[in-house]
Design a protein around this ligand. Structure first.
Ligand code: ZN
Length: 136
């Protein structure tokens, strides 16, 4: 599944995996977020330049466009700022990406939990902050 990024008028970026290619999604702020070119695309690997997809070309859902050969595909990818998934480490690149994101979220959740629990005990935000910092 490709990752699609959407940006709302406030500049928030929403990043998610979608099977299809939603042009507009709802941002966390409630506004409409429009699709922007994403880093990853699940395009086929290199292939011969003669027979791909016949006269109409091959429709690539992750690029949202058709192409007839790998040169056209590469040009499209370049124009959209998209790289081959294989060039950035294949499937594990997506896993890594989300694992890093999850780790970051967990870190800030842990921090807030620690901060809140110390604050509850001590009623001292400065102590709570330093304890939470140390436990990072
Ligand atoms: Zn927003």
């Amino acid at each position: 599944m490709p990752i699609y990024e959407h940006r709302c008028p406030e500049g928030h970026i929403t990043e998610n995996l979608y099977k299809n290619r939603p042009e507009i999604v709802s941002c966390r702020c409630g506004k409409d977020a429009k699709i922007i070119p994403s880093l990853f695309a699940r395009t086929p690997g290199l292939f011969g330049d003669c027979s791909m997809g016949g006269v109409n070309g091959h429709y690539d859902a992750s690029l949202g466009a058709s192409y007839k050969n790998s040169m056209e595909r590469d040009a499209l990818m370049k124009a959209k700022g998209v790289v081959h998934l294989d060039d950035v480490g294949g499937d594990s690149a997506i896993d890594d990406h989300f694992n890093r994101q999850r780790a970051k979220e967990k870190e800030s959740t842990d921090y807030m939990n620690k901060y809140n629990s110390v604050l509850k005990e001590t009623h001292d935000p400065v102590t709570a902050m330093s304890v939470a910092q140390e436990s990072k």
